[in-house]
Structure formats: structure tokens, C-alpha cells
Design a protein around this ligand. Sequence first.
Ligand code: UD1
Ligand code: MG
Length: 450
Amino acid sequence: MSTALVILAAGKGTRMNSDIPKVLHPIAQVPMLVHAMRAGSALAPERTVIVTGHGAEAVAKVAQTEDEDARIVVQDQQLGTAHAVAQARAALDGFTGDVVVLYGDTPFLQPDTLERMIAARADNDLVILGFEAADPARYGRLVMKGDALERIVEFKDASDEERAITFCNSGLLACDASTLFDLIDAVENDNASGEYYLTDVVEIARDRGLQVTAVSCDEAQTLGVNSRADLAAADAVFQARARAELLDLGVTLMAPETVFLAADTVIGRDTVIEPNVVFGPGVTVESGATIRAFSHLEGCHVSRGAVVGPYARLRPGAELAENTRIGNFVEIKNAEIAEGAKVNHLSYIGDASVGAGTNIGAGTITCNYDGVMKHRTVIGENVFVGSNTMLVAPVTVGSGAMTATGTIVTRDVEPDALAVGRAKQENKAGYARKLFEMLKAKKARRDKGA
Ligand code: UD1
Ligand code: MG
């Protein structure tokens, strides 16, 4: 049976107090919407439809970066969840199979929960995902009769007796596409909010003699994010889970609570992560590497045996081969550092390649930007780059070459050559003493005058 995903993401998220659409706020550096899309991808959906509204263009862009085939529909007015799903009808034209509806602000959904919903479809026409709520608050209540779901009543419309129910609606459902749209056609908005409630499809389905049930999952999976406090709490939940997974995989985290991971961070066994390390998106660290304290990594790849930091910054496109050394106050961007190469102190290596065994001296800078364009620096193998060398790109330094300390390299350096580009030093005998005396006398005159 093929499935299609419909992800509702039109809401404004008023309580976020933000110019950014709610579903684009990140958890573990990834927008909530992308978490929802990744959860949904467990079903290998034939089509994915994102219902946008507030900030539609920005939401569409993020959705299509994650999945270029995602279909975007716009709900101009937020008239309710049933109205939102109805907007997906045209985008699902010609699709036969199950539609799974989920929310863009529910980032913790686990793949097996979706699979259980699809499995429950075998004996039911409509499947709702419910959860036992510790505090049912304003959730819709699931009114069950045995295994059958009779109806969902929204908090605003519920009687006291119904409000006492703790089995609540997560908002997710699974239903055959044509059945779902038939049911939605019958939904009206004569309720306390004047909205077209998706939840009304349950009672309509029952009236038509269809089988409806609810599958249950733990509450943590259905946690929605509605405020900055929820966002911070959701991130904390994610971090705790991700750290625990790494520890299980054999990664040493010296102070786990100080290491911040992105949703896609990959770290190999026996790698050691010292305290206060932050991982942005797109980082892979292989086994047996060491990431020392206070380092910041994003969009990079660190190979076996490499040592990074303390206080290192690896930016997108940093590619470190085995046994490389990146030391304190070093920034690497869009650069390949080949096996055994060292950049140990106070350097910027950007848009460059550094050959195996090369040593980059303290304070070296690849001057990669001329104010308009970026240029590459190519450094060969076993090069010795002297401290405080400025490499004015585009420039190539051949293998086995050396640059003298303080050299400004503006022309290519042939292999095995020594590049020296600095003013010649002259020592003037006795001058320092004279200069000191002159300056001291000057100060004495000034102090007297004051
Ligand atoms: C909804 C459910 C409620 C459930 C709760 C779980 C209905 C009527 N109620 O209530 O039973 O317990 O979620 O969190 O479905 N959206 C649109 N367009 C709209 C309206 C909403 O895209 O016109 C989107 C929102 O952006 C959000 C989702 O649908 O992602 C849910 O909408 P929301 O207003 O939060 O519904 P609740 O009142 O929380
Ligand atoms: Mg809600």
C-alpha cells in the first residue's frame, strides 16, 4: 500500500512571538518541519504535501531543500485543521493509497509509531494516534468504546465528564485518501471556535458505518512546540537523548551535559569529546579522534586519529584526513587537510588544500577574499609554512617548499624552493640605548611641565 504524507504547517505560532514561522524554529539545529518530514520519511511516502500559510515562501524553501519533490500548497486563511488538509486535495490528485496527516510542530515522532498506525489500518478505515496525557489541558479528548473510537471532542466543546478523559488526540491520522476527502467534505464549523475541525471526521466516519480506532504512543513523541520555553525544553530532550545514544555507541563525552549535538551529528567509537563542544549541522567524526574543549564544528568531516582544538573552529567544507592536528584558535573553512598535516596555532585556512605531512606555522593566513571573489590556495606535501605567512590567493606552494616567517606569498612557490618575502633586517649598534635615553628625557620634561 502506498502512502502520502500531509504535513500541516500553516499556523502562525503566535506564542513564539517571532517573525519566523513556528515550524522553522530549530531543534538541534534543524527546523522542526524537517524533523517532522524525516519522521514521516520512515513510511517512504509516494508524495509529501506541505500545507503552508504564515511565511509560506520560507517554509516552502526549507521543505524543498529537504525533499525537492515535496509539494507545497498554501492555505490562505487558517480556517481549521480539516480545511488545512482539504488544501492538499489537488496535490494528491491521482494518488490512491493512505494519507497520513501529521503536524509540522511535532518533532519527536518515532518511525515505529507511524508504522503501527499503518498496520492498524488493516482492520480499520480510519486510525487516530492518541496518548495518555499527564496533563490533558486543552487537547482534544478521545471518546472510546472498547477498541473503537467513537468521536473526538475538543476541549472547548467538551462536557465536564469528557474533560475528565486523559486519552488525548495527538492530531495524527491515517486514512485512505478518497475516504478522507469524502469525510472532510462533510465537516462543518458549528463549534466553539467556528473552525473546520479535522477531528470531526471520526464521528462522521462512525455515522457512515466505518471502523475507527486509536493507536497509542507515549506522550513524549507527540510533544508540540508552542512557545520559546517549549522550544528550549524540546531541544533539551533531544540533547539528552542524543548524548545517551553516543555514550551507548562507545563515544566518550567527558561532560555530556556541555556537549551540544545537531540532529545529524555522527561520531565514531572511541572518539573523545572534551567539555563544551558545539556541533552544528553536517558533522561526521570518525572513530578514535579527539575533539578538545571549546571547539565549534559544522559541515565538516574529521577522520580517525585527528586531534581538534582546544578552541578550534571547523566550518563547512573542512575535511580533515587521518592523524591531522588542528590546534587552538585555528579556523578551517572549505579546505582539505591531508594526512598528518598540522595547523596548530592561530591560523585561518580557507578555500585551500594542504598536502600530507605539511606544517602550517602559527599565525598563517590564507588571504582568500579580495573583497569581491574567493580564491584558492594550494599547498603541496611536506611543506613548511613559516609563522605569520600570508598566502595571497590564488597561489600555489609546491611540495617540499618552505616559506620564511613573515613572508607575504603573492607568487607561486616551486617545489623545494624557499620563499622569502620580507624587508631585510638591519641592526644598528647602540641605537636602542640612545632611543631609550631620548624617550626617558622627553617623559621627564613632560612630567615636570604637568
Ligand atoms: C489540535 C486538535 C486537538 C489535538 C491537538 C494536539 C483539531 C481540531 N484539534 O488542536 O484535538 O489534541 O491538535 O496538538 O484538530 N493548522 C493549519 N491550518 C489551520 C489550523 C491549523 O495548518 O487552519 C496547523 C497548525 O499550524 C498546527 C496544526 O495544524 O501545526 C494543529 O493546529 P492547532 O491550532 O495547534 O490545533 P490545536 O488547537 O492544538
Ligand atoms: Mg496546537
